[in-house]
Design a protein. Structure first.
Lengths: 184, 272
């Protein structure tokens, strides 16, 4: 992010802020959608994020940390959305009924099981999963972004990963059992 | 045949697939429209009175007159329905003319209609306007990671219009910790200005009956009250987007309603 744009936005330059927002919008939307599992809630969360970011931007001390700071504002907005609308439970994604190629079957099964596993996670655990596996942040960077101790970020990530692993392994076992029991 | 993938790779692939798509333009436009109508938090919002440079008598009289008008307007029900920026449902505030109930000469808020929130995480109870939203903190507040605002550690109280927020939390400290020294360390983490804190410190009280003395500091963007009780420091902070709000009265009202060490499963019961 261009430091000059952030500094201009901090001084009240609306055009600079909008340029920053446009550059970040799709990324913020993706993160919000992944966490909230609901497009409308994600749109609301991004809108709240941008308005709060504009309002609070002068309080950001280090313009270089704009992206991390914006992610923190977004995570808080997602938490607010979840609290207010109680939509943390994911909507069930219907698996397409049409025939699919063999090599896509594994991917679809993953999708279904990961969705189920993800739904079991609490909002703060979903956030660390998205920040780590989607944005590629380390535990230390996650801790800095969401404002928790590094140990907390690590434990949330560990628990969330194990939950998703368990969901996948349960499906893998089911697939093996089904294959073994299939008539020749 | 598919190549076996690790759990981590499968999670990453799934998230990448799920993340496809762009934010609709209408959402961006709506965000910008709202932002254009929103004032930014400015550094001049909470200038402490003791920091004001010497000014001419004429300007001083003018400023005093403005403050008087602002003070009166804050006490008028029609302009401040919640007493603290609420929009509708909280009964209007009235000046409580009991000087001993507040540490300053300014009239305190009428908190008779406020509700009490008990925080098991921080071992405190505190009153808030009935129509405010309460968001309990989701982890224990830490000086290392949560000195910055916003954070999700503190218990947060928000006015209906979301323009005023009050946060309350506590943190364990080493026996013998000096409150002023701790405030200095805390200030340097993320708040400013941090110079001359002791000179800027003002008295504030917690505990409606026992009147536990604490320290009130006006920072650049907020007003915060600090109390040392046993082996914990309790903090209540007030912040608002706009700059015309009397945050000191608000923080005094919140603080005076606080019971230190009174939460369920309190982490550090009050030794007093």
């Amino acid at each position: 992010v261009a430091r000059a744009l952030v500094e201009a936005a901090q001084r009240g330059d609306q055009d600079a802020f909008e340029a920053l927002a446009i550059a970040s919008a799709d990324r913020l939307f993706a993160i919000a959608r992944l966490i909230l599992r609901d497009i409308h809630s994600a749109e609301d969360a991004v809108q709240e994020t941008l308005v709060h970011a504009w309002r609070d931007l002068p309080r950001l001390r280090d313009p270089e940390r704009f992206d991390a700071w914006l992610h923190r504002v977004l995570i808080n907005a997602c938490a607010d959305q979840g609290r207010h609308r109680r939509r943390w439970s994911a909507e069930i994604h219907l698996v397409r009924a049409e025939p699919v190629a063999d090599d896509a079957i594994g991917s679809m099964a993953d999708r279904d099981q990961l969705e189920r596993g993800f739904r079991r996670l609490r909002p703060e655990q979903r956030a660390v999963v998205v920040l780590h596996y989607y944005l590629g942040l380390t535990a230390s960077e996650i801790a800095d972004t969401i404002g928790v101790p590094v140990g907390t970020a690590k434990s949330r990530l560990h628990y969330a990963t194990e939950t998703l692993r368990a969901a996948l392994e349960a499906d893998d076992r089911g697939s093996v059992a089904a294959t073994n029991g299939r008539p020749a | 045949m598919t190549t076996p993938r690790s759990t981590e790779e499968r999670i990453s692939l799934w998230l990448e697939e799920e993340a496809q798509g762009s934010l609709p333009d209408r959402v961006l436009e709506a965000s910008f429209e709202r932002a254009r109508g929103t004032r930014q938090v400015r550094a001049s919002a909470w200038r402490p009175s003791k920091m004001i440079r010497p000014i001419s008598a004429f300007v001083a009289v003018g400023a005093a007159a403005i403050l008087l008008v602002v003070g009166v307007s804050l006490l008028r029900p029609s302009t401040d329905p919640g007493g603290v920026g609420g929009t509708a449902s909280t009964p209007p505030p009235s000046a409580v003319t009991s000087p001993e109930a507040a540490p300053t000469a300014a009239p305190s808020l009428d908190v008779s209609s406020w509700e009490t929130y008990t925080s098991p995480r921080y071992g405190l109870s505190i009153a808030h306007p009935a129509d405010w939203t309460v968001e309990p903190g989701d982890h224990d507040w830490s000086l290392d990671t949560d000195a910055e605002w916003p954070n999700t550690a503190a218990d947060k109280f928000s006015a209906p219009d979301d323009h005023i927020a009050v946060a309350a939390w506590s943190v364990p400290v080493e026996p013998g910790t000096d409150l002023n020294a701790w405030i200095q360390t805390y200030c340097e983490k993320n708040t400013k200005p941090c110079t001359g804190l002791q000179a800027r410190a003002e008295p504030v009280y917690a505990e409606p009956r026992d009147r536990h003395l604490g320290t009130l500091i006006r920072f650049q963007d907020d007003v915060q009250a600090f109390f040392l009780n046993g082996d914990r420091i309790y903090v209540v902070a007030s912040w608002r987007a706009a700059d015309e709000f009397d945050s000191r009265r608000l923080i005094e009202a919140f603080a005076l309603s606080m019971c230190l060490g009174c939460g369920e499963d309190a982490p550090s019961p009050s030794p007093n």
